[in-house]
Design a protein around this ligand. Structure first.
Ligand code: C5P
Length: 234
């Protein structure tokens, strides 16, 4: 049984800025999301350093390539001892199966692997006119989630507002990892379809990914604790 948790999106350009932010946390070791900016800027050493500091890590690199390349890359990433990573479901079921194979370590363990279905920046119009996918965006997201489940993945990244439809299609134990989380009394920034931590919990999110409401807060530790208690209903 996977434990629900809050994942802090550390969208900082350098490891130094990331660790300065994390030094604020003296009592907790938040689960972190590290993205392409930090990974491509600082490399695998950034992941090793954050693991040494005791954090769990969701490495958000959204792999999408031929199955053989994804298998081999996943093996490298998995040996960094990351806890979660992701691929694009558009890469096909064969690519997702290869991701699971590559991520599986010699001792049989592996990080959780979740799929990106359609990016929230892609509108239904764009999906139809540019990607030539002739269906509703909701159907596409659900079908991609079902493909991910059939390929052996653990879940998908989605909006909290999509979580219950995905659970209906793929089962309760299929994980939903949801960004787009905002406190009801804070700014939405550039996110358009948001839910509060408590709402995300009600809607079936297993992990909420929260960036600026924590990283840009006057008191990030207090904001993190508020997220945790609202989401976990402590
Ligand atoms: O600062 P904020 O809470 O908006 O950060 C959300 C994080 O989740 C960012 O790292 C963003 O790139 C990521 N994300 C997202 N929406 C998606 C997929 C990822 O906001 N659909």
């Amino acid at each position: 049984m996977i434990q629900r948790d809050v994942i802090v999106a550390c969208d900082f350009p350098t490891l130094r800025q990331t660790t300065q932010f994390l030094d604020l946390f003296t009592d907790e070791k938040p689960f972190l999301k590290i993205g392409m900016e930090l990974y491509y800027g600082e490399g695998a050493e950034a992941v090793r350093e954050l693991k040494r500091r005791g954090h769990r890590i969701f490495l958000d690199l959204k792999l999408h390539d031929i199955p053989n390349t994804v298998r081999r890359t996943m093996s490298v990433l998995s040996h960094l001892d990351i806890d979660m990573c992701n691929v694009h479901a558009a890469g096909t079921a064969a690519m997702m199966r290869a991701a699971v194979e590559g991520a599986t370590r010699e001792d049989g363990t592996r990080p959780l692997i979740v799929a990106v279905t359609q990016l929230t920046s892609t509108s239904e119009d764009t999906m139809r006119s540019e990607l030539l996918i002739d269906t509703s965006i909701g159907d596409c997201i659900t079908r991609y989630a079902m493909n991910a489940r059939a390929a052996g993945l653990d879940g998908v990244v989605c909006s909290p507002l999509e979580a219950s439809a995905i659970k209906d299609a793929c089962g309760e134990t299929f994980l939903t990892v949801t960004p787009g989380v905002r406190f009801t009394d804070s700014t939405a920034d550039d996110q358009s379809r948001t839910a509060s931590p408590a709402m995300a919990r009600e809607l079936g999110s297993d992990f909420i990914v929260v960036g600026r409401p924590i990283t840009a807060a006057t008191d990030p530790v207090q904001a993190y604790r508020r997220c945790l208690s609202d989401f976990l209903q402590l």
